[in-house]
Design a protein around this ligand. Structure first.
Ligand code: PGA
Length: 255
């Protein structure tokens, strides 16, 4: 069964209320009625609702860049799954390397967040990836396995229908040093091997694994032509509507 590619636009800590509306409008204009690819926009929390109003009625989905694992309570500064659902989010991103490294989120924290998102019916993008040193030391597959097992602990096979894995080598994020198509292909195969060990071959085969790390219109087609690369998680290039649209179109052509 063919996997539908998924392309996420991770805007990170960029855009204000008004520039988020402008960007979302430009993206929807450029993409028209694209449905071969699932497109998810991840604006910062304060701009979620504004972007939702722009994309309502389009085929595109809204996602949150993070969430907290409790639903309500005395957790200053945190945002929960019920709050995200109430403003139209259908997706949550967890495990991004910027949160793992800058904010020291462990696999255990990522796992709690994953459970909260899934319990509330959100779809999940779970990001994993090795650092440059870990790759140099030949530890890539081990790191991916550890992150996947830790982040998915207790997530059952049925819930995996709503989980997308983003393979994002840390050394490729925001650096302009994209993984080669071969490196991406190998890492995606390693991710599927772990999913097969955890959930069996059918779940592993059905699961979508997207690549992230300096994806641009220039390299998107080669990356997505690789077997096992089911779309992209795009940071910097998602802030330019034309570049993001070109990446989505490359994903559409890969189907
Ligand atoms: P980048 O970010 O495209 O700017 O490298 C990707 C990501 O962090 O998801």
């Amino acid at each position: 069964m063919a996997r539908r590619p998924i392309v996420g636009g991770n805007w990170k800590m960029n855009t204000t209320y008004t520039s988020a509306i402008d960007l979302a409008e430009a993206v929807t204009r450029q993409l028209g009625e694209e449905t071969a690819v699932q497109v998810v926009l991840f604006p910062p929390f304060p701009n979620l609702q504004a972007v939702e109003q722009v994309i309502a009625g389009t085929p595109f989905d809204l996602g949150a860049q993070d969430l907290f694992w409790e639903d309500w309570g005395a957790y200053t500064g945190e945002v929960s799954a019920p709050m995200l659902l109430a403003v139209g989010c259908r997706w949550a991103l967890v495990g991004h390397s910027e949160r793992r490294h800058l904010l020291h989120e462990s696999d255990e924290i990522v796992n709690r967040k994953a459970h909260s998102a899934l319990r509330h019916g959100l779809n999940l993008i779970l990001a994993v990836g090795e650092t440059g040193e870990q790759r140099q030391a030949g530890q890539t597959n081990q790191v991916l396995e550890r992150q996947l097992r830790g982040s998915l602990a207790g997530v059952d096979a049925a819930a995996m229908e709503r989980v997308v894995i983003a393979y994002e080598p840390v050394w490729a994020i925001g650096t302009g040093h994209t993984a080669t198509p071969e490196q991406a292909c190998q890492a995606h195969a390693a991710v599927r091997t772990v999913l097969a060990a955890l959930y069996g071959p059918d779940v592993a085969e059905a699961a979508r694994v997207q690549y992230g790390g300096s994806v641009t219109p220039a390299n998107a087609a080669d990356l997505m032509a690789q077997p096992g690369v089911d779309g992209a998680l795009v940071g910097g290039a998602s802030l330019k509507a034309a570049d993001f649209a070109a990446i989505v179109q490359a994903a559409a052509r890969s189907t």
